[in-house]
Design a protein around this ligand. Sequence first.
Ligand code: SF4
Ligand code: SF4
Length: 159
Amino acid sequence: MLRECQPCTACCDGWVQIKVKGCEAYPGHPCPHSTGSGCDDYDNRPVDPCRKFECAWVKSGSFLPDSFKPSECGALVIDSILTWQGLKVDLAVPVGREIPEETLAWLMQFAEREMRPLIYQQQDPSSPALEKNPLTLAYGPPAFQEWVLEQQANNISLW
Ligand code: SF4
Ligand code: SF4
């Protein structure tokens, strides 16, 4: 059965960084067309990113359980955001300040079982404001974690 986005609007609400018609959306700064329950210019939404974007939950054949709709589980997953040493790497961003513990535990178990290293984000606990660029953390083999740290230290964008 096809999964329906409604009532989720997580990707319009800035939890994943996007640029729509020249406007940036990021945590705390939704797309200006998001009403919080939909899009006020749906018929004119651009192909990129709006029509093209599919989170890992809504994709047909998704590996995520039914209960992982981003608005319900608190994480928006983008599958295969990059590859590392031939392994697919998934990204999970929080819908809110951080990914709920139970959701993150499931994602980490999945990462181990399927050999798919995980990159996940959370807002800095020491800062009450929502940061545009949340903290980026890695879960996977030590060499993967070191590689992610190295990219960050050298200001190399991971995706
Ligand atoms: S985050 Fe996923 S389920 Fe939610 S609106 Fe976007 S594509 Fe649909
Ligand atoms: S234009 Fe509409 S569909 Fe596209 S991100 Fe904004 S609210 Fe979402």
